[in-house]
Every structure is written in C-alpha cells, then in structure tokens.
Design a protein around this ligand. Structure first.
Ligand code: FPP
Length: 246
C-alpha cells in the first residue's frame, strides 16, 4: 500500500505551500551547472502539481522566485526566466487537461516582458478551470506584500473609506495578494534548510511545518503524499488544549 492510499481524503490540507529549495546543490552534486538543477526542478513541479490535483487538494502555492533571487548572477536569473516561459508554454495543455487554475502572486511587473506575457496568457486561459488553484509566487516578498497591504489600508483610511477601528484580520487579508484563498495549512520546505525565507509570513500563522532533507529535483508526488500523511497525524490545537479539540 503506497502513501496515497493511506491519506484521509476528508482531512486534506485545503492549501499546501511549498518552498522548493536545493536545485543548485542537486546539480552541483552531479558536477553540473545550477540551471541543470532548475530544469530538473520543473519535472518535480509537474509531478507534484499532478499529485495534488489527483488528490483533490484545493490550493498549491509554489515559491518559484523570490524578490531576493533577483540578486543572483545575471545569467542564472535569465536562464530561470527563460525556463519559466518555456515551461508555462509547454504545460498549458496539461494544466487545462487537469482542470488547474493558474495564478501568480508577487511583484509581477518586475518580470521580463515575455515572461509576464506568457504568464498572463496562461492565467487568462485557465481562469475558468475549477480544480486545483496553482499559484506561483514570483518576484515575491512577504514583507513587501504586507507593506503594500498597509499602504492600501492607510490610503482607504486617508480618503475616509475606512475607519481605523474597523481594521481587522479580515480587512487585512483582503488587501494581501492571496485575498480569497484559505491560509496554507501545510508548509513544506525541501533541502534540509529550516527557514521561512520571507514566504507568506502572515498566511502561515497556523500552518503545520514540514521539512525534508530531499533536494527539490528529487521531490515527487510520493514525497508530497508522505508530507500530507505526516500532517494528518498531527493534532492542530490553535492555542486550545488537546481535550478541547478532541
Ligand atoms: C531553489 O533552489 C529554486 C529556485 C530559486 C528556482 C525554482 C524554479 C523552478 C523549479 C522552475 C520552476 C518553473 C515553473 C514554471 C514553476 P536553489 O537554486 O536555491 O538551490 P540551492 O539552495 O541548492 O542553491
């Protein structure tokens, strides 16, 4: 019996967020260039998206490129952007077939024109799909997301649309990039690093954290299933006692 058969489909995390890490090290271990790791990372993305869609997970959000990643060597940044363009182009039919709705969060205006256009075209094409919502975090920084929410809210207070006393968690969430999505219940990070790296800081307040030493290009749907099973064994107390939640 594989991991998949052991999963309780009634207790799936509604939203899974993943920090895909370790592409560079995976390639280096094989004596290859870092971009070789990114190319193989795409195969993991495809497998994990398919695995999540098959199970019926509602939302999957992948940390694809952080705002800080712009500081990488120019050649690597260009190669990742080109990889993104070609991947989105190649995967669009599969996304349609799997009823996946593609979205993106982050400072998308920073993306090169071709990458931005390819992304927008795929987002528009898949907009009516009703299955898995796959969100790519691109040029993403959680602190910037929070700051822009603060600025938007401050603007509404300034022009009289909103009173300070009315600002609550719901209003705050409505001003984040992720508005309308449930908060992640499971956050996975690969490659044996134990960091959040400026990812969905507000949204993961109550997420279960799962760290695996596997490097991203080695992470496949079976590993996703293992993470979900681990999540299902945990008791989520949200600050209450064990007796209360049971
Ligand atoms: C982290 O590994 C990976 C990235 C910053 C890029 C991830 C991008 C992809 C897998 C391409 C995905 C494309 C689509 C369309 C979703 P790292 O380079 O930080 O690895 P290291 O920590 O070993 O150096």
């Amino acid at each position: 019996m594989g991991y998949k058969d052991k999963i309780d489909l009634l207790k799936l995390p509604k939203h899974i967020a993943i920090i895909m890490d370790g592409n560079g090290r995976w390639a280096k271990d094989k004596g290859k260039l870092r971009i070789f790791g990114h190319h193989n990372g795409v195969l993991s993305v495809r497998d994990v998206v398919e695995g999540a869609a098959e199970l019926g997970v509602g939302y999957l959000t992948l940390y694809t490129f952080s705002s800080e990643n712009w500081n990488r060597p120019k050649l690597e940044v260009m190669a990742i952007m080109e990889l993104m363009v070609s991947t989105i182009h190649k995967e669009i039919d599969r996304l349609m077939k799997n009823n996946v709705c593609l979205k993106a969060i982050g400072d998308l205006d920073m993306l090169p024109g071709k990458c931005h256009d390819e992304l927008m075209s795929a987002i528009n094409k898949t907009a009516a799909n009703t299955g898995l919502v796959l969100t790519l975090a691109l040029s993403y920084s959680s602190r910037r997301e929070i700051l822009q929410a603060v600025k938007q809210i401050a603007g509404k207070v300034q022009n009289g649309e909103l009173k300070i006393d009315d600002i609550d968690e719901e209003i705050f969430e409505n001003n984040l990039y992720t508005t309308g999505m449930p908060n992640p219940e499971l956050l996975i990070r690969t490659s044996g690093e134990y960091r959040i790296s400026n990812y969905l800081l507000w949204q993961i307040a109550y997420a279960e954290l799962y760290f695996t030493p596997k490097l991203w290009p080695d992470f496949r749907k079976e590993d996703l299933y293992a993470a979900i099973l681990d999540y299902q064994k945990r008791e989520r107390r949200f600050g209450m006692t064990s007796e209360q939640v049971n």
